[in-house]
Design a protein around this ligand. Sequence first.
Ligand code: CP3
Length: 345
Amino acid sequence: MTSLSTPRLLSVLAGETLDRPPVWFMRQAGRFLPEYRELRAKAGDFIAFCMNPQMAAEATLQPMRRFPLDAAIVFADILLLPKALGQKVWFEAGEGPRLGELPSNEALADQIEASTAALAYVGETLSLVRAALDPERALIGFAGGPWTVATYMLEGRSSDRTGSRSLAYREPERIDGLLDVLVESTARYLAMQVQGGAQVLKLFESWAEGLPEPLFERVVVRPHTAIIRRLRELGVTVPVIGFPRGAGALVHTYVDKVDTQAVALDVQASAAQGLAIQARKPIQGALDPLLLRAGGPELDRRVLELLGQWGGGPYIFNLGHGILPDTPIAHVARTVELVTGWSKA
Ligand code: CP3
């Protein structure tokens, strides 16, 4: 048993079932909060915002002041890594990310060591947050899954990923080589985040969907396995949450083959699927962000249903994807109230 002051999130990641699950939200630092929008307006550029540890720490802490959440997630972005590896990254207002010309795998590989140093500001943000955060609240660091990050690097923007999937078949060596660079740079980046104060790591493989099994094994399972192996070689012992979003039935392959301490489920996860995974390791998820935005009796009903179906085992309450910018704050507050007021007894 872990002690009383151990953050709930860490107890559950160690396999314990608590009186009630810990709760946090993907994208909890963001545009649904007016104080975030204010800070964001001061920062101007989104990347400059992420690169400013004082501002990024403030953004990380904003939702922690408003809600009794069990974890903070560092304010950063999965596309800071390609930037640190030497590819231009910027955000077009109202549109989303844009990436410049993709350097060769050789040129990217040459930047691996430099990329970790270039991302030191994320470690500084984590240290500032850890110093300000109650000890009972856990601090999460993160990175994108190599495949998800590679799709942005290859396509230069948000896309349907068909170009990347085609390339994975047409130029397997090049794509595997790119994933190798991302595995090594991601492992070092995550290890640096732990030095900065992250107590939990999360791998966001947001685009695990639409992959046939052999490709899923090649571009998701293999790179994630390699990252975990490298993390452990680098002496990192903190728990890792894997999020293979959209994997569908292949989530079971992920659970079987990738040694993460927990798996985050997306909105489509069935009750039975969650229970089957929970027999092996803790699960997280899987409230629909559209329902959180909609609110009302259906939100209450579903939150209690998720707690009822999974709260009897190691479970972390969360969404199945990030909070939408136009989500009413009251709906988030209501959800947190329901989770923190619930008890399995
Ligand atoms: O969860 C958190 O609160 C921590 C911060 C966080 C951000 N991005 C901040 C952000 C995290 C964990 C991410 C992860 C991320 N970034 C993912 C994986 C998770 C997912 O949602 O699937 C992806 C695919 C990205 C890439 C990215 N960043 C896109 C496609 C966009 C544009 C779309 C959008 O939501 O605007 C971003 C921008 C971004 N990242 C914002 C925030 C708060 C909005 C930027 C703004 O404030 O203008």
